[in-house]
Design a protein. Structure first.
Lengths: 514, 158
């Protein structure tokens, strides 16, 4: 597969009417969902996953990718106009963008966000092709031991980089693995953990489990608070500024795009860390670093470019190696499983049309945003202040009906609700639902690769792990795990230090009074 | 997690060994998962006990925090909404989508302390009917009709 093939394949999909409709629909829904505070990307994609069963796999991938891109753009609108980030990755946009809005420079803030998001998305789509093609070709030469190592890398990366506590991350992944063990054993086909329930004999479907853990649990968690953003919206006027005013954001956009792409391509990192790193980098190279945090257009530009570029980055391990780069990518792979496509390292090789669909989603949505993005930005203020309880109630009902519609199975809905209950407590107590969901996607493949690989090496564990590529990947996985453990220890030390300061202050207060 | 790990380890004993020999076998995965849960759970318990002993009974929260600057969260509301969703799933086959859904959406809105009658009527109906038409007419999916089966058949919507 050469580098031009995915590009030509993706661009040629633009003229397929069903793909074009999927792209427009995904971009619009993503922008609207992104503009609703509290409606994160996982939820935006999760609510729509069941609807993809009515589409072909190409349209489904293009649609879900377009939603992700739309969310990354839409989340900046409430951040700038209301000061509420639509998703966590837009926090820094809210800081600078809202300051600009309050100074009466709404047009400049929105135009910077528009320019950076579209540029970041467009350029990173080409980076995506450059990175994913060599990776997917590498995967073609992998045998079972290498595949097992890859699965381990994906899981350890998520465990180490997403949560504050690695032990809880490992436990969450173990829970996900445990769920994949319900049903037939991948080698011997023996039933496991079916407890005499006929529906469990074929195992759990990925989509209900992933939606329960990632989307419905988040809706239930959001339902803890009954507030509304109504009344925060104020009318505003915004005109597109002259190019000379946007020109100085170009270095920040370029830096944000590269950082977003690279950071986003590490499984478990995603848009928020990418945006934070890009923001810091932009401040370092800026001629006016003092403006950062007080209304810097370079800050908005770096943040928005990085967020959108991270979308392309997340797709690299997902399609290149079959390792979902984020929880949204778990849902994307889950959606593919609805169409009978098995997620895994050979995905791009065996079904290159999925790669074309991803390129169409990334590049096509960038072009659509370039055409319609400015108009969308000006009209989405009302969406940001939609009635929050009504949005959550409808999202919950839609997810339930959608999962039922997949196989007309109430059992699937029961599985989803059970997983959402577990997921709610995981969220509350700091267990990574993303780690559990990714283990659900990768678990069966990991077990199959391990057992097949051991057979391949005549049950010699040293020969299994001693294969050069396997050993390299496992060492990287181990180093990432060590990095995560170091982070956990550091977090614990910081928490202890903060607690000590708080205790000292509490003890000091009475003496001060005296 | 400790109890879940123990449960997995005990339940793994009921798994029949694979007919073809492989060193890990059908029970290997469940044993590994159970052991991880057990060991990890014990480590968390010890860590918590050590924290209490060394410092204070207050333990820093590690989970996703509620939104700041708005009224605090209520676990009762969240779990009530979850219970309402479970009830909706149970009732839907009997009552049918068209009756169960508006009631469910209205109950959820009420749990969110929405009191305006217009809102309590408009949102459930405004959601239920378009979604029904999209699923039945556009996606050709049969949603549970329950007690409305006969009238919907006469209307050609089933």
């Amino acid at each position: 597969m050469d580098l031009l093939q995915p590009l030509i394949g993706g661009v040629s999909l633009f003229i397929v009417p069903s793909v074009a409709v999927a792209l427009i629909g995904g971009m619009l829904w993503g922008s609207i969902a992104g503009a609703m505070p509290g409606f994160n990307q996982t939820l935006a994609v999760g609510v729509m996953v069941p609807f993809t069963f009515a589409m072909g796999p190409i349209e489904a991938v293009a649609f879900l990718v377009a939603i992700g891109v739309g969310v990354s753009y839409g989340n900046s609108i409430p951040a700038i106009l209301v000061g509420l980030p639509g998703t966590p990755s837009a926090v820094l946009t809210a800081l600078d963008g809202h300051a600009l809005h309050k100074r009466g420079e709404s047009g400049l803030a929105l135009a910077t966000s528009y320019f950076a998001a579209v540029s970041g998305q467009f350029v990173s789509s080409f980076f995506f092709i450059l990175m994913v093609v060599p990776l997917s070709q590498l995967a073609y030469h992998f045998l079972a031991p290498e595949l097992f190592a890859l699965h381990m890398l994906g899981i350890t990366a998520i465990v180490s980089l997403t949560g504050k506590n690695v032990i809880k991350g490992v436990l969450a992944a173990a829970l996900g693995f445990g769920l994949t063990m319900i049903g037939p054993d991948p080698i011997g086909n023996n039933p496991r953990f079916t407890f005499g329930i006929p529906e469990l004999r074929s195992g759990l479907q990925i989509v209900p489990v992933a939606l329960g853990l990632l989307a419905v649990s988040e809706i239930i968690r959001s339902a803890r608070q009954a507030h509304d953003w109504h009344g925060l919206a104020q009318s505003f006027s915004a005109r597109f500024p002259r190019w000379s005013r946007l020109q100085r954001t170009v270095p920040a956009v370029a830096g944000g795009t590269v950082i977003g792409m690279l950071v986003g391509s590490i499984p478990g990192m995603g848009g928020s860390p990418a945006a934070a790193v890009a923001y810091q980098q932009a401040q370092l190279i800026s001629k006016t670093p003092e403006e950062f945090g007080h209304g810097s257009i370079e800050g908005v530009a770096a943040n928005e470019a990085a967020q959108n570029a991270a979308q392309s980055g997340e797709m690299v391990p997902t399609l290149g190696l079959g390792i979902p780069g984020s929880d949204t990518m778990v849902l994307l792979l889950g959606a593919l499983s609805i169409h009978g496509i098995v997620p895994g390292p050979l995905l791009a090789q065996q079904t290159p049309e999925m790669l074309h669909a991803a390129v169409a989603g990334l590049l096509g949505t960038a072009i659509l945003l370039a055409i319609f993005g400015w108009g969308i930005a000006r009209s989405l203020l009302r969406v940001a202040t939609l009635n929050r309880p009504a949005v959550l109630a409808c999202a919950l009902a839609l997810t339930i009906v959608g999962v039922y519609a997949l196989r007309q199975s109430l059992f699937d809905v029961t599985v989803m609700m059970t997983c959402s209950f577990v997921g709610y407590f995981m969220l509350r107590y700091g267990y990574s639902t993303a780690a559990a969901a990714i283990a659900v996607v990768l678990g069966a493949g990991a077990e199959r690769s391990l057992r097949t690989g051991l057979n391949l090496t005549s049950n010699d564990l040293l020969a299994f792990v001693g294969r050069p590529i396997t050993a390299t990947i496992l060492i990287i996985a181990f180093l990432i795990l060590c990095y995560g453990i170091r982070g956990t220890i550091r977090q614990a030390r910081i928490a202890r230090a903060l607690e000590a300061v708080a205790t000292q202050q509490n003890l000091g207060t009475p003496s001060d009074d005296r | 997690m400790v109890f879940l790990g123990l449960f997995v380890l005990v339940a793994a004993q009921d798994v029949r060994p694979a007919s073809v020999y492989d060193p890990i076998g059908s029970r290997g995965g469940p044993h590994l998962v159970g052991a991880l849960m057990l060991i990890g759970g014990v480590m968390l318990v010890l860590r918590r006990l050590l924290g209490w002993y060394r410092e204070s009974p207050l333990v820093a929260a590690e989970g996703t925090e509620d939104d700041k600057g708005v009224p605090p969260g209520s676990a009762v509301r969240a779990l009530s909404i979850w219970a309402a969703a479970v009830a909706y799933v149970v009732v839907m086959p009997v009552a049918g989508y068209l009756l169960a859904t508006p009631v469910f959406v209205a109950v959820v809105l009420r749990l969110f302390a929405v009191r305006r009658p217009l809102m309590l009527a408009a949102v459930p109906v405004g959601f239920t009917v378009p979604v029904f038409l999209v699923f039945v007419l556009l996606l050709r999916v049969r949603l549970p009709t329950g007690i409305l089966d006969e009238p919907l058949r006469q209307l050609g919507l089933v």
